[in-house]
Design a protein around this ligand. Structure first.
Ligand SMILES: NC(=O)c1ccc[n+]([C@@H]2O[C@H](COP(=O)([O-])OP(=O)(O)OC[C@H]3O[C@@H](n4cnc5c(N)ncnc54)[C@H](O)[C@@H]3O)[C@@H](O)[C@H]2O)c1
Length: 379
């Protein structure tokens, strides 16, 4: 029986906060104490969906955080709120689980990281793919030297048109809420690249722009929306979505290409776009003794001289390639003091610095020297 009682304050009660059902549903000693969300209706619906009935709802995070019995603060608010919410929780002496990204400016990342290091609190970041069995298998194969030393990597995250439209219709379409798209959506992939390559990038260049979600393409939405309102441009439910991803105001890119050079000499390219009937999340890793290709749930590996390609088929379609359940299971163990978390403030800081450097490279049309930022941060 679980004896240690753990009280949770939830900040932001939207779609992603639903992942906590995998925590509360398994462990009766973990209790939701308070919620902060300016949308009280949404917060009340989340309380009900999680099966609680005595949860206090607030609009100000400090009130929710300082409720008696709160041990951990779980942050699911829009990205630009994260730094302030983490700082408020650490100031109150609470442990934190925050969704990615940790912050949306390098200055805020630095401030949060310092506050975390100077506290006695834990800071867990939601890099859910680090918890997915398929990505863990890739890491295991690479660390075992299956393809020798990594030489170069080609990676991508090309979103379905359904997911792209969802992003372009909600708060994520504005940098003031989400930060740049490369941070908001691709910080997972940048984190995986650092993890797999075992190093940090020191230089980057990038080109990107908005070429699909433009008013002249609104005919696609009109043509493909059925009389009942369903269609690829209305696929994911979102109470706060605008009508058209094409005609609404926005200031993020919808396609971007990136090159990166790592401290250990590995080179990588990354391509992302958000309007695809054939979505893809793939990594092609070229090594000194072989090749590893990861495409969704399938890993293909062949060593030089080997007769045939070896396949590892770990297709798991449940939440983030199985990562949602594992991150909640391991988060529970971290709260119980049984297992250190696999993604902390360090991964939060590093992936944000990389994404924000890429964004700077794209916007300034220059090669950005990330090494000087690592030096300044003492990394
Ligand atoms: N790890 C992952 O794979 C993953 C997946 C999806 C979302 N996320 C992250 O989770 C976070 C939430 O995303 P979502 O999809 O649930 O968005 P959402 O729009 O569904 O929900 C956001 C919620 O935050 C609330 N909110 C707005 N301002 C707030 C404030 N100042 N204080 C408290 N709450 C506030 C909104 O009312 C809304 O209920 C984002 O940071 C996103 O990047 C992570």
């Amino acid at each position: 029986m679980d004896s240690k009682k753990i009280g949770i304050c939830m900040i932001g009660a939207g779609l992603r906060s639903n992942v906590t059902r995998l925590l509360f549903g398994k462990h009766s000693n973990v209790k939701l104490v308070s919620i902060c969300d300016p949308d009280h209706k949404r917060a009340a619906e989340r309380v009900e969906s999680l099966g609680f009935n005595d949860v206090k709802i607030f609009s100000q995070c400090e009130e929710a955080i300082n409720q008696p019995g709160v041990d951990w603060v779980m942050i699911f608010s829009p990205n630009t709120c994260h730094a302030g919410h983490i700082m408020a929780a650490l100031k109150a002496g609470k442990n934190v689980f925050t969704e990615k990204p940790m912050a949306t400016t390098i200055e805020d990342c630095e401030e949060v990281f310092k506050a975390f290091n100077n506290s006695n609190c834990q800071l867990v970041t939601g890099f859910v793919l680090r918890y997915s069995p398929i990505y863990r298998k890739v890491k295991e194969l690479l660390d075992a030297g299956t393809i020798g030393k990594i030489i170069s990597v080609e990676a991508d995250e090309n979103l379905s048109v359904e997911l792209g439209a969802y992003i372009m219709k909600n708060w994520r379409r504005l940098r003031a809420n989400a930060g740049p798209y490369i941070l908001e959506k691709c910080c997972h992939d940048l984190d995986l690249l650092s993890w797999f390559i075992g190093s940090l990038p020191c230089k980057t260049a990038s080109f990107g722009g908005l070429n699909f979600y433009l008013p002249e393409n609104d005919y696609l939405r009109i043509e493909h929306t059925k009389s009942d309102g369903t269609g690829p441009f209305n696929y994911y439910p979102d109470p706060n979505a605008v009508e058209s991803p094409f005609t609404c105001d926005k200031d993020i890119v919808d396609n971007q290409v990136i090159i990166l050079e790592y401290r250990n000499g590995v080179r990588a390219t990354f391509h992302t776009s958000m309007s695809n009937p054939i979505p893809e999340r793939r990594m092609y890793i070229s090594g000194s003794e072989g090749t590893l290709v990861l495409s969704y749930g399938k890993i293909s590996v062949r060593r030089i001289g080997e007769e045939a390609v070896r396949y590892y088929d770990l297709e798991i379609t449940d939440g983030h390639a199985g990562g949602d359940q594992v991150i909640m299971d391991e988060f529970y163990k971290a709260m119980m003091g049984e297992l250190p978390p696999k993604s902390t403030g360090l991964e939060g800081l590093e992936s944000a610095v990389i994404a924000l450097s890429i964004d700077k490279a794209q916007r300034s049309n220059t090669v950005v020297d990330i090494e000087s930022i690592w030096q300044k941060l003492g990394h």
